[in-house]
Design a protein around this ligand. Structure first.
Ligand code: BES
Ligand code: ZN
Ligand code: ZN
Length: 489
């Protein structure tokens, strides 16, 4: 359920809500004429750092003075998180809140509406809701936004923001769900529901059908688990005249134990998030349909567990992927690239996609390289890479382009088969440039070498166990905003 947003132009004297949120930029004076505020700002002349907050009890309402940081740095991301911090702080205190939209910033009305709606909806989501027996839910369900002039763009932005944040919170909910509930079958049911609600064409392959079709890389991973596994495709046609078609391809490992090359038990519970790429592809195509974008998109996702059951694939096994390449499995924990190889090839061969973006929590090494806040971007096409980086920058999602040249190809070339699924030949064994060899494997195994393709390694950014002023811990929904910005142009 989304929050209720109302846009108003009334003077502060008419505010009825219990709380009024007011932005204060660093070094700026508060223009509200109340003695209590003047006293406070006089005593705290440096007040105004982003998220710094102070509640002041006034006769008509409680004022939450919320720092907005440096005005020249106040971009889309800052506004989204500023609004989120207000909502998160007040969510359990009050049913209705009024918020004064920051003025004099370099964003148009639509962007302001979009950022405030997304920030608020993200802030109100709490993963503990479903599972804690004594859960005290948020009271807040209505946000009144005070603006100087009620431009149409504000409402347009809010409307889009509700759709975008619905997709973001879907990704978060699916990611945060434990793997005993969020099985491939559960994911399939959600995909079916989304297809129906958004009039998307749905195609599903179970393990038997995938095997018959020749998706040996996907089936090799899937065979280690008793849970049924699925290849799922959702299709949106919003531009029948165009032959262009985006493919959004997602890694959907509902739990990654590593398989026979089993992982250490430390933090293994976090591997329930290994399906965030697939959830993002699903959320984005749902939003694209709700927004009615003039474009064509297919989302293909490979959904399975990676378990070491008695039928599990072994290191040394050789499989044939849907693109025709043979692969020697050197490490069953490098499973994401295997299922992606077939999901990308499916989008290419059966759905005739013309440009490809895959999303995957692919490597631990991308966290070593870029940390917890930056996704790794790999691409065979500079134009696509640039467009992605630009969209990411506008929406405040951090990405960094990593190298991907032919120099790395030898590190995944096979001795027994065409390819090996983990890198080799470097001075640190398979660890050498591990994120790059992962991307290189996808490039060489999926059969789309001549088409524009980008790979987003979201292992570091797909979930965040550090609680933020504007967001609870758990899955983040990273990538939804950027992809929607990119695809909507
Ligand atoms: N799902 C993991 C990657 C991962 C690790 C994501 C930690 C988030 C946090 C992936 O399937 C994996 O295990 N990758 C291996 C690849 C290696 C064996 C070549 C890795 O990164 O260690
Ligand atoms: Zn793995
Ligand atoms: Zn994995």
């Amino acid at each position: 359920m989304s929050m209720k947003f109302q846009l108003v132009t009334k003077p502060l004297s008419e505010v009825k809500a219990e709380y009024l949120v007011y932005p204060l930029f660093e070094g700026e004076k508060c223009d509200l004429k109340y003695k209590a505020i003047e006293d406070f700002t006089k005593d705290n002349p440096k007040f105004g750092k982003l998220f710094e907050s102070q509640t002041i009890y006034l006769p008509d309402f409680k004022l939450l003075l919320l720092g907005a940081g440096k005005k020249e740095k106040f971009d889309f991301e800052a506004l989204q998180n500023w609004a989120g911090a207000a909502v998160k702080q007040l969510s359990k205190k009050s049913k209705e809140v009024s918020l004064v939209a920051p003025k004099g910033i370099g964003l148009d009305a639509e962007e302001i509406g979009l950022a405030i709606a997304i920030g608020s909806e993200i802030a109100i989501y709490d993963p503990a809701k479903e599972y804690k027996s004594q859960y005290e839910g948020p009271k807040l369900n209505s946000l009144e936004i005070l603006v100087e002039r009620a431009e149409r763009g504000f409402l347009e932005g809010i409307k889009k923001g509700i759709i975008e944040s619905e997709a973001i919170n879907l990704v978060r909910r699916l990611g945060d769900m434990p793997a005993n509930e969020m099985t491939p079958t559960y994911f399939l049911n959600i995909a079916k529901k989304i297809a129906k609600e958004n009039k998307l064409k749905l195609a599903v392959l179970d393990e038997k059908q995938a095997k018959k079709k020749g998706m040996g890389a996907f089936v090799g991973v899937a065979q280690g688990s008793d849970e049924p596994s699925f290849m799922i495709a959702l299709e949106y046609r919003g531009d029948v005249k165009s032959r262009e078609k985006w493919a959004l391809v997602g890694k959907g490992i509902t739990f990654d134990t590593g398989g026979i090359s089993i992982k250490p038990s430390d933090k293994m519970h976090e591997m329930k998030y290994d399906m965030c790429g697939a959830a993002t592809a699903l959320g984005v195509i749902a939003a694209i349909s709700k927004l009615g974008l003039k474009t064509n998109v297919v989302a293909t996702v490979a959904v399975t567990e990676n378990l070491p059951g008695s039928k599990a694939q072994r290191p040394g096994d050789i499989v044939r992927s849907y693109s025709g390449k043979t692969i020697e499995i050197m490490n069953t924990d490098a499973e994401g690239r295997l299922v992606l190889a077939d999901a990308i090839a499916w989008a290419n061969k059966d759905f005739k996609a013309t440009k490809f973006i895959d999303l995957a929590t692919l490597t631990g090494a991308i966290i070593v390289a870029l940390g917890d806040d930056i996704a790794g971007l790999f691409s065979n096409n500079e134009k696509l890479a640039r467009e992605l980086l630009e969209a990411a920058k506008v929406r405040g999602e951090k990405m960094w382009q990593m190298p991907l040249g032919e120099d790395f190809d030898d590190m995944v070339k096979g001795t027994m088969a065409d390819l090996e699924n983990s890198g080799h030949g470097g001075s640190m064994g398979w660890r050498t440039a591990s994120s790059i060899t992962g991307a290189t494997f996808i490039k060489l195994s999926s059969g789309i070498e001549s088409k524009p393709w980008a790979h987003l390694d979201i292992a570091g950014v797909a979930w965040d166990m550090r609680s933020k002023p504007f967001r609870n811990v758990g899955a983040t929904g990273f990538g939804v905003k950027t992809l929607l910005k990119l695809i909507s142009g």
